[in-house]
Design a protein around this ligand. Sequence first.
Ligand code: GLU
Length: 290
Amino acid sequence: MNYRGRFAPSPTGALHFGSLVAAVGSWLVARHHGGAWVVRIEDIDPPREVPGSAAAILTTLDAFGLSSDGPVMYQSTRGEAYEAAFARLRAEGYVFPCWCSRADLAVHGGMHRHGQCVAAPDPDRPPAWRLRTPDDTIHWHDDLQGPLAENLLEVAGDFVVRRVEGLWAYQLACVVDDGEQGITHVVRGADLLDSTARQIYLQRLLGLATPGYLHLPLVLDADGRKLSKSAAALPVDPADPLPALRLALERLGAKAPAGPDSPRDLLHAALNEFKPASLRRSSLGVGGAL
Ligand code: GLU
């Protein structure tokens, strides 16, 4: 099998240190297996998008010596593929329209289950579309976290695949595009661990192969909170990539030899010594030093 990995940032702000770790981690594991590494911009949520950030993320990745093998995929151009997947789910009776608001679902602890709506259909308002989830436990193996299992009905309930505004949900778009890009292994942050069972279920319904998964521990700030774009995490500086790149490699448990003075050379030097098993020993906590 030819390994194909990916990095799939959402353009909701500048690339921050936590995302850099995910980018470098997915690149290292892909290259360690002699594989390809592609970039996908997940721009399916215009209200959350920060104008210019997709281009800024790509420029920053480039400054860190990380460039996509082949064209960057933009989810904003992929509507037809999502529509086709949705039509298939609809034709097979897996999705249903839903007018329930958050307040409606509060009576069920905020969860929608068994395709049972609280709100009545309202012909004057567009519905969201939910995927009916069975009382099935999805089992999978994470290359870093070990064997995992999640009961979809308990944890996710009937989840949204198309939002009220007509926007595509991340779960559907991600699964369709991982399939289209031939991704064999997904390496990403552990904040997405709880999306994995939903994605595997969707892959099964859509007849797509399930890739391997490896979820990297999250980079935490000094107070133990996760570094994320929304938590005003520190953006990395494309004009001075080496310090952040060294720190990212270190956080991943990869050796960052002294000497190389370009990001590309540093990445390749680190790759020479990299073993995925060393990821297990790494602690990704970031102290006050950043
Ligand atoms: N676009 C998602 C994010 O930036 C990542 C999706 C993924 O790696 O599956 O959080």
